[in-house]
Design a protein around this ligand. Structure first.
Ligand SMILES: N[C@@H](CCC(=O)N[C@@H](CS)C(=O)NCC(=O)O)C(=O)O
Length: 222
């Protein structure tokens, strides 16, 4: 058990990419926490009170204080529990690069995947998603060292790997249920394959089959 891990609560929704990455950071660092799943169709008092601005999950409550927005939460977790599985690079320039790509993942990659789902499999949106994956492929070539390992962090998961790991279940899920045709991105594919085999990710992320059922009900039947 990591130190400073008293009173950690996660308000979660299991299919959420944003929840998954926070859960993964907690598991990676061995931080004991209480997970309180939320009904997003009937928001709880604790969710509305702790995230009154966006009313969204995930929320991390640490010693009674809410921390909001998944990338900010993962960053916070890394700052409070730096000893085990450090996530952000030490170098300020590299840290800035990680923040840049974090922003890209949420604004562009996630956005194109969700629009593909909502468009019921539109080919032009599929292409947009693929272009975004190719940009991640380029970032991996620039920031990651293939000799050291499959992740942005080399052999171990870094900040960006934690943010991307949920796509290891979401991309196959959308591919198999909604017919997404992912681009050929060997490095990104390797990263996602390694993430899905990582023991912490196995503990933190849902099975693809379970997610597929969620995608079927939530998107395929619309
Ligand atoms: N930018 C936020 C996004 C969080 C988000 O979109 N959460 C969704 C679940 S995936 C949610 O709580 N939706 C409820 C709602 O929109 O009412 C983050 O990174 O934490």
């Amino acid at each position: 058990m990591a130190s400073r891990d008293q009173e950690v609560t996660l308000l979660s929704a299991w299919p959420s990419v944003f929840t998954m990455r926070v859960k993964l950071a907690l598991v990676l660092k061995g931080i004991e926490h209480e997970d309180i799943p939320q009904d997003l169709g009937n928001k709880s008092k604790i969710l509305l009170e702790s995230n009154p601005v966006h009313k969204k999950v995930p929320v991390l409550i640490h010693k009674g204080k809410p921390i909001l927005e998944s990338a900010i939460i993962v960053h916070y977790i890394d700052e409070v529990w730096p000893e085990t599985s450090p996530l952000l690079p030490q170098d300020a320039f590299l840290r800035a690069q990680h923040r840049f790509w974090s922003d890209f993942i949420d604004k562009k990659l996630f956005d194109s995947l969700i629009r593909f789902l909502r468009s019921n499999g539109d080919a032009a949106v599929n292409e947009e998603f693929n272009q975004n994956c190719l940009l991640i492929e380029g970032a991996l070539a620039e920031l990651g060292s293939e000799e050291e390992g499959p992740f942005f962090g080399g052999a171990s998961m870094s900040f960006l790997d934690v943010l991307l790991a949920p796509y290891a279940v979401w991309i196959p899920g959308v591919e198999q249920v909604m017919g997404l045709k992912p681009a050929k991105c060997p490095r990104f594919h390797k990263l996602l394959a390694a993430a899905s085999e990582h023991p912490s990710a196995k503990a933190a992320l849902p099975q693809v089959e379970k997610l597929k059922e969620f995608i079927r009900v939530r998107f395929a039947s619309k």
